[in-house]
Design a binder for this molecule. Structure first.
Ligand code: NAD
Ligand code: TYD
Length: 340
Protein backbone atom coordinates (compact mmCIF):
# COMPACT_ATOMS: atom_id res chain seq x y z
CA UNK A 1 0.00 0.00 0.00
CA UNK A 2 1.33 3.44 -0.94
CA UNK A 3 0.40 6.48 1.17
CA UNK A 4 -0.36 9.29 -1.26
CA UNK A 5 -0.87 12.89 -0.18
CA UNK A 6 -3.13 15.16 -2.25
CA UNK A 7 -2.99 18.82 -1.21
CA UNK A 8 -5.97 20.90 -2.31
CA UNK A 9 -7.94 17.70 -2.85
CA UNK A 10 -11.25 19.34 -1.89
CA UNK A 11 -11.01 21.73 -4.84
CA UNK A 12 -11.96 21.18 -8.47
CA UNK A 13 -8.98 19.38 -10.01
CA UNK A 14 -7.81 17.77 -6.76
CA UNK A 15 -11.18 16.12 -6.07
CA UNK A 16 -11.48 14.85 -9.64
CA UNK A 17 -7.91 13.56 -9.39
CA UNK A 18 -8.79 11.68 -6.19
CA UNK A 19 -11.74 9.99 -7.91
CA UNK A 20 -9.60 9.14 -10.94
CA UNK A 21 -6.76 7.76 -8.80
CA UNK A 22 -9.16 5.57 -6.79
CA UNK A 23 -10.24 3.97 -10.08
CA UNK A 24 -6.74 3.53 -11.49
CA UNK A 25 -4.48 2.85 -8.50
CA UNK A 26 -5.88 0.07 -6.32
CA UNK A 27 -2.83 0.02 -4.04
CA UNK A 28 -2.99 3.70 -3.02
CA UNK A 29 -4.21 5.02 0.30
CA UNK A 30 -5.21 8.62 -0.38
CA UNK A 31 -4.82 11.39 2.19
CA UNK A 32 -6.45 14.70 1.22
CA UNK A 33 -5.01 17.79 2.91
CA UNK A 34 -7.03 20.96 2.42
CA UNK A 35 -7.70 24.19 4.31
CA UNK A 36 -11.25 24.41 2.91
CA UNK A 37 -11.01 27.99 1.73
CA UNK A 38 -13.98 29.40 -0.20
CA UNK A 39 -12.86 27.12 -3.10
CA UNK A 40 -12.58 23.94 -1.06
CA UNK A 41 -15.80 22.00 -0.71
CA UNK A 42 -16.10 18.77 1.26
CA UNK A 43 -19.27 17.97 -0.65
CA UNK A 44 -16.87 17.18 -3.53
CA UNK A 45 -15.54 14.22 -1.50
CA UNK A 46 -18.32 13.48 1.00
CA UNK A 47 -19.23 10.03 -0.38
CA UNK A 48 -15.57 8.95 -0.42
CA UNK A 49 -14.94 10.13 3.14
CA UNK A 50 -18.11 8.49 4.42
CA UNK A 51 -17.19 5.21 2.72
CA UNK A 52 -13.73 5.36 4.33
CA UNK A 53 -12.06 5.41 0.91
CA UNK A 54 -9.91 8.44 1.70
CA UNK A 55 -8.60 10.21 4.77
CA UNK A 56 -9.27 13.95 5.15
CA UNK A 57 -6.89 16.31 6.97
CA UNK A 58 -7.90 19.95 7.46
CA UNK A 59 -4.67 21.96 7.41
CA UNK A 60 -3.00 25.05 5.99
CA UNK A 61 -0.03 24.44 3.68
CA UNK A 62 1.43 27.80 4.68
CA UNK A 63 1.59 26.80 8.38
CA UNK A 64 5.02 25.17 8.83
CA UNK A 65 4.52 23.72 12.34
CA UNK A 66 1.19 22.21 11.32
CA UNK A 67 2.60 20.69 8.12
CA UNK A 68 5.70 19.41 9.93
CA UNK A 69 3.54 17.70 12.53
CA UNK A 70 1.57 15.96 9.77
CA UNK A 71 4.73 14.80 7.96
CA UNK A 72 6.24 13.61 11.26
CA UNK A 73 3.17 11.49 11.96
CA UNK A 74 2.54 10.02 8.51
CA UNK A 75 5.11 9.04 5.90
CA UNK A 76 3.89 9.87 2.39
CA UNK A 77 5.32 7.86 -0.50
CA UNK A 78 4.09 10.33 -3.08
CA UNK A 79 2.60 13.84 -3.04
CA UNK A 80 0.44 15.64 -5.61
CA UNK A 81 0.36 19.34 -4.80
CA UNK A 82 -2.79 21.09 -6.06
CA UNK A 83 -3.51 23.47 -3.15
CA UNK A 84 -3.48 27.06 -4.38
CA UNK A 85 -5.39 30.26 -4.80
CA UNK A 86 -6.43 29.70 -8.39
CA UNK A 87 -8.64 32.50 -9.74
CA UNK A 88 -7.06 35.28 -11.81
CA UNK A 89 -9.80 37.86 -11.12
CA UNK A 90 -9.39 37.43 -7.35
CA UNK A 91 -5.63 37.89 -7.67
CA UNK A 92 -6.24 41.20 -9.43
CA UNK A 93 -8.43 42.37 -6.56
CA UNK A 94 -5.97 41.23 -3.89
CA UNK A 95 -2.66 39.44 -4.47
CA UNK A 96 -1.38 38.83 -0.94
CA UNK A 97 -3.17 35.54 -0.32
CA UNK A 98 -1.78 34.26 -3.64
CA UNK A 99 1.78 34.85 -2.46
CA UNK A 100 1.06 33.31 0.93
CA UNK A 101 -0.58 30.13 -0.35
CA UNK A 102 1.08 29.58 -3.71
CA UNK A 103 4.64 30.65 -2.91
CA UNK A 104 5.02 30.31 0.87
CA UNK A 105 2.70 27.28 1.02
CA UNK A 106 4.71 25.45 -1.63
CA UNK A 107 7.97 26.26 0.17
CA UNK A 108 6.55 24.98 3.47
CA UNK A 109 5.75 21.66 1.77
CA UNK A 110 9.25 21.52 0.26
CA UNK A 111 10.75 22.13 3.72
CA UNK A 112 8.67 19.32 5.19
CA UNK A 113 9.60 17.01 2.33
CA UNK A 114 13.29 17.78 2.75
CA UNK A 115 13.15 17.20 6.51
CA UNK A 116 11.09 14.01 6.49
CA UNK A 117 11.04 12.23 3.11
CA UNK A 118 13.57 13.82 0.72
CA UNK A 119 13.59 10.87 -1.70
CA UNK A 120 9.83 10.70 -2.21
CA UNK A 121 8.23 11.96 -5.41
CA UNK A 122 6.54 15.40 -5.30
CA UNK A 123 4.37 16.46 -8.25
CA UNK A 124 3.89 20.23 -8.34
CA UNK A 125 0.74 21.03 -10.32
CA UNK A 126 1.20 24.30 -12.16
CA UNK A 127 -0.26 26.16 -15.10
CA UNK A 128 0.62 27.25 -18.63
CA UNK A 129 -0.30 30.79 -17.52
CA UNK A 130 3.28 31.15 -16.22
CA UNK A 131 4.37 31.56 -19.87
CA UNK A 132 2.22 34.68 -20.33
CA UNK A 133 0.21 35.43 -23.44
CA UNK A 134 0.55 34.20 -27.04
CA UNK A 135 -0.22 36.11 -30.24
CA UNK A 136 -2.26 34.48 -33.00
CA UNK A 137 0.33 31.75 -33.67
CA UNK A 138 2.75 29.50 -31.80
CA UNK A 139 2.53 27.25 -28.74
CA UNK A 140 4.16 27.17 -25.32
CA UNK A 141 7.10 24.80 -24.95
CA UNK A 142 8.72 23.83 -21.64
CA UNK A 143 11.61 26.08 -22.71
CA UNK A 144 9.42 29.13 -23.36
CA UNK A 145 10.60 31.93 -21.03
CA UNK A 146 8.36 32.63 -18.04
CA UNK A 147 6.46 35.88 -18.52
CA UNK A 148 3.44 35.86 -16.20
CA UNK A 149 0.95 38.73 -16.39
CA UNK A 150 -1.43 38.31 -13.44
CA UNK A 151 -0.56 38.07 -9.74
CA UNK A 152 -1.98 34.51 -9.92
CA UNK A 153 0.36 33.40 -12.70
CA UNK A 154 3.30 35.29 -11.16
CA UNK A 155 2.79 33.45 -7.86
CA UNK A 156 2.59 30.11 -9.69
CA UNK A 157 5.79 30.92 -11.64
CA UNK A 158 7.54 31.76 -8.36
CA UNK A 159 6.41 28.47 -6.81
CA UNK A 160 7.59 26.51 -9.87
CA UNK A 161 11.04 28.08 -9.51
CA UNK A 162 11.19 27.24 -5.78
CA UNK A 163 10.40 23.60 -6.61
CA UNK A 164 13.04 23.40 -9.36
CA UNK A 165 15.59 25.11 -7.09
CA UNK A 166 14.88 22.54 -4.34
CA UNK A 167 15.63 19.73 -6.80
CA UNK A 168 18.93 21.34 -7.79
CA UNK A 169 20.01 22.44 -4.30
CA UNK A 170 18.69 19.68 -2.07
CA UNK A 171 18.22 16.81 -4.50
CA UNK A 172 14.47 16.57 -3.94
CA UNK A 173 12.56 14.21 -6.21
CA UNK A 174 10.15 16.80 -7.59
CA UNK A 175 8.55 17.37 -10.98
CA UNK A 176 6.61 20.40 -12.29
CA UNK A 177 3.58 20.12 -14.59
CA UNK A 178 2.06 23.03 -16.50
CA UNK A 179 -1.46 22.46 -17.73
CA UNK A 180 -3.90 24.44 -19.84
CA UNK A 181 -7.42 25.41 -18.69
CA UNK A 182 -9.36 22.51 -17.22
CA UNK A 183 -13.10 21.96 -17.25
CA UNK A 184 -15.39 19.25 -15.87
CA UNK A 185 -17.55 18.29 -12.86
CA UNK A 186 -17.14 20.08 -9.53
CA UNK A 187 -15.52 23.20 -11.05
CA UNK A 188 -16.22 26.20 -8.85
CA UNK A 189 -18.76 28.45 -10.61
CA UNK A 190 -16.56 31.54 -10.58
CA UNK A 191 -14.56 30.07 -13.49
CA UNK A 192 -15.66 30.69 -17.06
CA UNK A 193 -17.32 27.41 -18.12
CA UNK A 194 -19.23 26.58 -14.89
CA UNK A 195 -20.18 30.25 -14.40
CA UNK A 196 -21.64 30.41 -17.89
CA UNK A 197 -23.45 27.06 -17.59
CA UNK A 198 -25.01 27.87 -14.21
CA UNK A 199 -25.91 31.45 -15.13
CA UNK A 200 -27.55 30.23 -18.34
CA UNK A 201 -29.54 27.67 -16.34
CA UNK A 202 -30.82 30.50 -14.14
CA UNK A 203 -31.43 32.85 -17.10
CA UNK A 204 -28.80 35.25 -15.77
CA UNK A 205 -26.43 37.27 -17.94
CA UNK A 206 -23.18 35.64 -19.10
CA UNK A 207 -20.48 38.30 -18.51
CA UNK A 208 -18.13 38.02 -21.50
CA UNK A 209 -14.91 39.99 -21.08
CA UNK A 210 -13.74 42.35 -23.82
CA UNK A 211 -14.33 41.23 -27.42
CA UNK A 212 -14.77 37.57 -26.39
CA UNK A 213 -11.99 36.51 -28.78
CA UNK A 214 -9.46 35.44 -26.13
CA UNK A 215 -8.51 31.83 -26.80
CA UNK A 216 -8.12 29.12 -24.19
CA UNK A 217 -6.99 25.54 -24.81
CA UNK A 218 -9.49 23.40 -22.91
CA UNK A 219 -8.59 20.08 -21.31
CA UNK A 220 -11.06 17.77 -19.58
CA UNK A 221 -10.03 17.30 -15.95
CA UNK A 222 -9.83 13.49 -16.36
CA UNK A 223 -7.22 13.92 -19.09
CA UNK A 224 -5.24 16.10 -16.68
CA UNK A 225 -5.55 13.42 -13.98
CA UNK A 226 -4.25 10.75 -16.37
CA UNK A 227 -1.24 12.94 -17.23
CA UNK A 228 -0.47 13.51 -13.55
CA UNK A 229 -0.53 9.78 -12.81
CA UNK A 230 1.98 9.25 -15.64
CA UNK A 231 4.23 12.05 -14.34
CA UNK A 232 3.98 10.69 -10.78
CA UNK A 233 5.04 7.22 -11.99
CA UNK A 234 7.63 7.98 -14.63
CA UNK A 235 8.38 11.72 -14.88
CA UNK A 236 12.03 12.68 -14.41
CA UNK A 237 12.97 14.71 -11.33
CA UNK A 238 13.74 18.37 -12.05
CA UNK A 239 11.82 18.32 -15.33
CA UNK A 240 8.84 20.39 -16.44
CA UNK A 241 6.02 18.70 -18.39
CA UNK A 242 3.47 20.72 -20.35
CA UNK A 243 -0.01 19.21 -20.41
CA UNK A 244 -2.56 20.53 -22.85
CA UNK A 245 -5.65 20.21 -24.94
CA UNK A 246 -5.57 19.20 -28.60
CA UNK A 247 -5.75 21.83 -31.35
CA UNK A 248 -9.52 21.32 -31.74
CA UNK A 249 -9.99 22.51 -28.15
CA UNK A 250 -8.32 25.92 -28.74
CA UNK A 251 -11.47 28.03 -28.89
CA UNK A 252 -12.36 31.73 -28.44
CA UNK A 253 -14.53 32.42 -25.39
CA UNK A 254 -17.42 33.74 -27.49
CA UNK A 255 -17.70 30.42 -29.33
CA UNK A 256 -17.66 28.45 -26.07
CA UNK A 257 -20.40 30.72 -24.70
CA UNK A 258 -22.48 30.13 -27.84
CA UNK A 259 -21.96 26.36 -27.59
CA UNK A 260 -23.16 26.36 -23.97
CA UNK A 261 -26.26 28.41 -24.82
CA UNK A 262 -27.07 26.18 -27.80
CA UNK A 263 -26.76 23.00 -25.70
CA UNK A 264 -29.10 24.47 -23.08
CA UNK A 265 -31.51 25.93 -25.67
CA UNK A 266 -31.05 29.42 -24.24
CA UNK A 267 -30.94 32.66 -26.28
CA UNK A 268 -27.66 34.34 -27.24
CA UNK A 269 -29.11 37.56 -25.83
CA UNK A 270 -27.96 36.25 -22.42
CA UNK A 271 -24.38 37.10 -23.44
CA UNK A 272 -23.48 40.46 -21.91
CA UNK A 273 -20.28 42.17 -23.03
CA UNK A 274 -18.51 43.59 -20.01
CA UNK A 275 -15.28 45.52 -19.45
CA UNK A 276 -12.15 43.50 -20.18
CA UNK A 277 -10.00 41.98 -17.43
CA UNK A 278 -6.82 44.07 -16.92
CA UNK A 279 -3.84 42.50 -18.74
CA UNK A 280 -6.16 39.78 -20.08
CA UNK A 281 -3.96 37.11 -21.70
CA UNK A 282 -5.00 36.86 -25.34
CA UNK A 283 -4.26 33.26 -26.15
CA UNK A 284 -2.92 30.09 -24.56
CA UNK A 285 -1.89 26.98 -26.50
CA UNK A 286 0.42 24.22 -25.47
CA UNK A 287 2.90 21.94 -27.18
CA UNK A 288 2.63 18.62 -25.33
CA UNK A 289 5.19 16.72 -27.45
CA UNK A 290 7.49 16.12 -24.46
CA UNK A 291 4.98 14.31 -22.25
CA UNK A 292 3.64 12.50 -25.30
CA UNK A 293 7.06 11.20 -26.36
CA UNK A 294 8.45 10.49 -22.88
CA UNK A 295 5.38 9.22 -21.07
CA UNK A 296 2.96 8.33 -23.88
CA UNK A 297 0.24 10.75 -22.74
CA UNK A 298 -2.14 12.61 -25.04
CA UNK A 299 -5.62 14.07 -24.47
CA UNK A 300 -8.45 11.60 -25.13
CA UNK A 301 -11.66 13.53 -24.50
CA UNK A 302 -12.79 15.70 -27.44
CA UNK A 303 -14.01 19.14 -26.35
CA UNK A 304 -17.53 18.73 -27.79
CA UNK A 305 -17.99 15.44 -25.93
CA UNK A 306 -16.43 16.75 -22.69
CA UNK A 307 -18.49 19.95 -22.75
CA UNK A 308 -21.67 17.96 -23.28
CA UNK A 309 -20.96 15.62 -20.34
CA UNK A 310 -19.97 18.59 -18.16
CA UNK A 311 -23.22 20.41 -18.98
CA UNK A 312 -25.09 17.19 -18.18
CA UNK A 313 -23.28 17.01 -14.80
CA UNK A 314 -24.31 20.58 -13.92
CA UNK A 315 -27.90 19.79 -14.93
CA UNK A 316 -27.90 16.66 -12.76
CA UNK A 317 -26.23 18.34 -9.77
CA UNK A 318 -28.14 21.57 -9.32
CA UNK A 319 -28.04 21.20 -5.53
CA UNK A 320 -24.23 21.19 -5.59
CA UNK A 321 -23.84 24.52 -7.38
CA UNK A 322 -26.89 26.17 -5.85
CA UNK A 323 -25.35 25.49 -2.41
CA UNK A 324 -22.24 27.29 -3.62
CA UNK A 325 -24.08 30.23 -5.05
CA UNK A 326 -26.01 30.68 -1.77
CA UNK A 327 -22.92 30.05 0.40
CA UNK A 328 -24.58 27.04 2.08
CA UNK A 329 -21.63 24.75 1.18
CA UNK A 330 -19.39 26.65 3.60
CA UNK A 331 -21.32 25.11 6.52
CA UNK A 332 -20.76 21.54 5.33
CA UNK A 333 -17.54 20.86 7.24
CA UNK A 334 -18.89 22.29 10.48
CA UNK A 335 -22.06 20.25 10.27
CA UNK A 336 -20.57 16.92 9.28
CA UNK A 337 -16.92 16.68 10.19
CA UNK A 338 -15.83 19.11 12.88
CA UNK A 339 -14.74 17.32 16.01
CA UNK A 340 -14.17 13.96 14.31
P1 NAD B 1 -9.46 25.29 -6.76
O1 NAD B 1 -9.42 26.74 -6.41
O2 NAD B 1 -10.73 24.66 -7.23
O3 NAD B 1 -8.95 24.42 -5.51
C1 NAD B 1 -7.88 24.82 -4.70
C2 NAD B 1 -7.95 24.01 -3.40
O4 NAD B 1 -6.82 24.39 -2.60
C3 NAD B 1 -9.21 24.29 -2.58
O5 NAD B 1 -9.77 23.06 -2.14
C4 NAD B 1 -8.71 25.10 -1.41
O6 NAD B 1 -9.46 24.92 -0.22
C5 NAD B 1 -7.28 24.56 -1.27
N1 NAD B 1 -6.40 25.53 -0.58
C6 NAD B 1 -6.26 26.86 -0.83
N2 NAD B 1 -5.40 27.41 0.02
C7 NAD B 1 -4.96 26.40 0.84
C8 NAD B 1 -4.03 26.35 1.93
N3 NAD B 1 -3.41 27.46 2.36
N4 NAD B 1 -3.80 25.16 2.52
C9 NAD B 1 -4.45 24.04 2.09
N5 NAD B 1 -5.35 24.04 1.08
C10 NAD B 1 -5.60 25.21 0.47
O7 NAD B 1 -8.31 25.10 -7.84
P2 NAD B 1 -8.22 24.10 -9.08
O8 NAD B 1 -8.82 24.74 -10.26
O9 NAD B 1 -8.66 22.75 -8.64
O10 NAD B 1 -6.64 24.10 -9.30
C11 NAD B 1 -5.80 23.18 -8.60
C12 NAD B 1 -4.36 23.41 -9.00
O11 NAD B 1 -4.19 23.24 -10.40
C13 NAD B 1 -3.84 24.83 -8.68
O12 NAD B 1 -2.52 24.72 -8.21
C14 NAD B 1 -3.89 25.54 -10.02
O13 NAD B 1 -2.90 26.55 -10.09
C15 NAD B 1 -3.59 24.39 -10.97
N6 NAD B 1 -4.14 24.55 -12.33
C16 NAD B 1 -5.46 24.84 -12.51
C17 NAD B 1 -5.99 24.92 -13.80
C18 NAD B 1 -7.46 25.19 -14.03
O14 NAD B 1 -7.88 25.31 -15.18
N7 NAD B 1 -8.30 25.25 -13.02
C19 NAD B 1 -5.16 24.71 -14.91
C20 NAD B 1 -3.81 24.42 -14.67
C21 NAD B 1 -3.32 24.34 -13.38
P1 TYD C 1 -11.03 31.69 -16.29
O1 TYD C 1 -11.96 30.52 -16.17
O2 TYD C 1 -11.00 32.72 -15.21
O3 TYD C 1 -9.57 31.07 -16.53
P2 TYD C 1 -8.17 31.83 -16.88
O4 TYD C 1 -8.37 33.27 -16.84
O5 TYD C 1 -7.29 31.35 -15.77
O6 TYD C 1 -7.78 31.32 -18.22
O7 TYD C 1 -11.33 32.44 -17.65
C1 TYD C 1 -11.28 31.78 -18.90
C2 TYD C 1 -11.50 32.81 -19.99
O8 TYD C 1 -12.83 33.32 -19.89
C3 TYD C 1 -10.59 34.01 -19.87
O9 TYD C 1 -10.21 34.44 -21.18
C4 TYD C 1 -11.44 35.06 -19.19
C5 TYD C 1 -12.84 34.74 -19.69
N1 TYD C 1 -13.92 35.05 -18.75
C6 TYD C 1 -15.02 35.82 -19.17
O10 TYD C 1 -15.11 36.27 -20.33
N2 TYD C 1 -16.01 36.09 -18.26
C7 TYD C 1 -15.96 35.62 -16.98
O11 TYD C 1 -16.89 35.91 -16.17
C8 TYD C 1 -14.84 34.83 -16.56
C9 TYD C 1 -14.75 34.31 -15.15
C10 TYD C 1 -13.85 34.56 -17.49
Amino acid sequence: MKNVLVTGGAGFIGSNFVRYALKHRADWKLHVLDLLTYAGNLENLADLIQAGQIQFIKADIADQPQIDAIFAQQRFDLTFHFAAESHVDRSILSATEFVRTNVLGTQVLLNALQAHTPKQRFVHVSTDEVYGSLGPTGRFLETTPLDPTSPYSASKAASDLMVLAAVKTHGLNAVVTRCTNNYGPYQFPEKFIPLFITNALEDLALPLYGDGMNVRSWLHVDDHAAALLAVGDRGRAGEVYNIGGAEESEIPNLIVAQQILKALKKPESLIKRVADRPAHDRRYAIDYTKINQELGWSPRIAFAQGLESTIRWFLDNKGWWRNIKTGEYLKYYERNYQGR
